[in-house]
Write a protein that binds this ligand. Sequence first.
Ligand code: FAD
Length: 392
Amino acid sequence: MSRAVVIGAGPAGLMAAEMLGRAGLEVTLCDAKPSVGRKFLMAGKSGLNLTKDEPPTPFMEVYAEARAPLTPIIAAFDASAVQDWARGLGQDVFTGSTGRVFPTSMKASPLLRAWLARLAGLGVQIRTRWHWQGWQGDALAFQTPEGAGTVQADVTVLALGGASWPRLGATGTWAEILHARSVDLAAFTPANAGVAVDWSDHMVRHFGAPIKGGAWSAGPFQSRGEASLSAGGLEGGGIYAVSRGLREGHDLSLDLLPDLSVPEITTRLAKPRGKASLSNHLRKVLNLTPAQIALIQEMARPLPEGLRATARVLKALPIRHAGLRPMAEAISTAGGVRFGALDDNLMLRDLPGVFVAGEMLDWEAPTGGYLINACLATGRWAGQQAAAWVKH
Ligand SMILES: Cc1cc2nc3c(=O)[nH]c(=O)nc-3n(C[C@H](O)[C@H](O)[C@H](O)COP(=O)(O)OP(=O)(O)OC[C@H]3O[C@@H](n4cnc5c(N)ncnc54)[C@H](O)[C@@H]3O)c2cc1C
């Protein structure tokens, strides 16, 4: 029986191992951490968004430059296939108002438990605390609790993740190993990252407060999502969705009232103010929250003379910032193995028999279920193609 080794037990590696197990191979799934799927479990803490229930055209557009190579792979395991797969593991799913799909439990742990039971049924052997070091001759070299060792594999799937949240396992150190083998890599950069802001002391009491209902923009990227004020800056889906624009050097701005025009806001501002402070007036006539008003003061004080000029500021509040938060805090990373280094089966052209899947590939996407869907789909593709390759 041929032996397949899958390295990295996140959603991509788990899926690759399942495919190889189903194809009847002897499968060993190794991970450096003491337990598997740590980032997947962390993703479940804030509601595990498995995919987005929307037609292929808007769905695939989010992958931007990687759209072409990912299209056949995601078409073979699309949003509806992901939902069926989750149900097959006994996890009911529901679609939220924005099309995001979650397990009813919202968590990753029941799904992971059922998945591991399925893998055990397929005979997949899991080895934790096995830290892959590269190759020694043809063999895969690991540092394990028992010391250094090698494993001979007939076929290998690498699913080592990106380079964010390194404490959960995705350290990105694999890039040095592949670079030494002349694999073409794009440098890692933060994707879906928060923005760093050097706040004045006035803002401290608003930390934790959400900024809702606004429209964020940075160059061509726009988002109506929410963000929260934090000691480090601004965090949350609204900011993550435009973080690529910031990374590419565009300014960040916030339309606090995207459903009102400048003349409509001006009319409301013109209502009698009496002795009310500007803050109270903004709160009363425009329903702005204390956190929104504090943000306006922080970024635009002194407000310009004239109601129309003030209205314009509220429609395009410039957010001064100190760049993106560090990569270690980002939800995901861009960069990794370039598609040009791979054939259509996700096998490294220069390392026959070595397949690559998941976030270690050079693609990025906003949050919203697109990340896990692509990890599952590439893991499935790499696992299936690896099984087909070894059998020939
Ligand atoms: C807080 C948070 C919330 C998120 N929420 C969502 C969400 O709701 N929806 C969504 O789509 N995405 C979400 N994501 C992103 C998603 O979790 C990742 O994109 C996904 O886990 C990547 O899967 P992967 O299998 O490619 O890599 P990972 O899940 O990172 O797994 C890689 C594995 O490789 C192992 N590894 C690395 N190097 C080695 C080595 N040298 N030797 C052995 N093992 C190694 C690691 O230990 C790790 O277990 C979230 C991420 C975070 C941080």
